[in-house]
Design a protein around this ligand. Structure first.
Ligand code: LMR
Length: 318
């Protein structure tokens, strides 16, 4: 017998996230909804809540554990505060030099082992979704690491990003993503770090005169569900949802780089933010200035996890 029976309401999956629709994550979520609802016509309804309209980052995890929302795609930085500190390896500056290195980790045994660690927290990890590499922005020209010294920089709530900011002699200010635009506009903070897609879609470029394409750190996501909810789904529904997620993940990770490149172009074209692209020597100087953060965070993240990532990526200072 088809399910749900006549008059039975579909299973509702609330999927909350904090970025704009027009971003890699926003578009990935839309693709998942489209595919899942097509596969499970009438049986499942995916409700999308982008742009922090349901929960801010910082509130999302509790909402998931309470069952107020069933699916999230928080940045990987959000798992450290939850107590799964191994995820903070993704926040280490220059831990990945390019997408290939990153994907060796997210698509390989390290990524799978990290997802296993979420199970004890009542979370099932379904997929890694890319955003991109971060750039620094401020209202003064940024070229060398010393240029951010003394600046108040908004960061996500992350001990690694805190250490990264301090390593540069800047002052870390943790705040929710939805509050950053206003904090920049009013001067509560002087600058921040973002992949271009987030900077552009939150209009931060309108209140930041300068940026530097340091690509100094990775921002990506884990699509997660409440494990109890997920395990309680009819097996055939769960299987179709997993297939939809697989397909949506291919799509999201395929568009991520291009979305960020386009966002950078749009920022440039706006004429509001001057983007400086460091020379290879200047980039090496940023990498060197931030290298001590790896050692400093070793006891927190775990040497084993950091070494496992190095093994995949061949991290070195050259
Ligand atoms: C941030 O807080 O800067 C990011 O986590 C936002 C996001 O989800 O991309």
């Amino acid at each position: 017998m088809p399910w749900p029976a006549l008059g039975q309401s579909p299973i509702v999956i609330k999927f909350s996230h904090v970025v704009a629709v027009d971003t890699p994550k926003g578009k990935g979520a839309e693709k998942f909804k489209e595919l899942a609802e097509k596969r499970l016509a009438g049986r499942v309804k995916i409700e999308l809540y982008p742009n922090s309209q349901l929960y801010k980052d910082g509130e999302e995890m509790e909402a998931l554990s309470l069952g107020s929302v069933q699916m999230l795609a928080p940045s990987l930085a959000k798992f450290g505060p939850l107590g799964v500190r191994e995820f903070e390896v993704f926040d280490l500056p220059y831990i990945f030099d390019n997408d290939d290195e990153l994907h060796k980790v997210t698509n390989g045994p390290v990524g799978a082992a990290l997802f296993k660690k979420l199970e004890a927290r009542g979370i099932r990890g379904l997929a890694y979704w890319d955003n991109g590499f971060k750039i620094f922005s401020a209202n003064k020209p940024l070229k060398v690491p010393a240029d951010v010294k003394g600046l108040k920089l908004r960061i996500q709530s992350s001990k690694v990003l805190d250490a990264q900011t301090r390593a540069l002699g800047a002052l870390p200010q943790m705040m929710a993503f939805s509050e950053v635009y206003q904090a920049l506009q009013t001067g509560v903070v002087d600058g921040t770090e973002n992949p271009p897609s987030n900077m552009y879609t939150q209009k931060m470029h309108e209140v930041q005169k300068y940026a530097i394409a340091t690509d100094h750190g990775y921002l990506g996501y884990a699509v997660i569900v409440n494990k109890k909810f997920w395990d309680g789904l009819p097996p055939d529904v769960r299987r179709e949802l997993e297939l939809a997620m697989k397909e949506a993940t291919v799509y999201a990770n395929h568009i991520a780089r291009q979305e960020n490149e386009q966002a950078l172009e749009k920022i440039k074209a706006s004429g509001k933010t001057a983007i400086y692209v460091p020379t290879p020597q200047e980039r090496a100087a940023w990498k060197k200035a931030l290298a001590p953060v790896h050692k400093e965070m070793e006891s927190r993240i775990g040497r084993e996890t950091i070494q496992a990532v190095y093994k995949e990526t061949g991290y070195s200072l050259d």
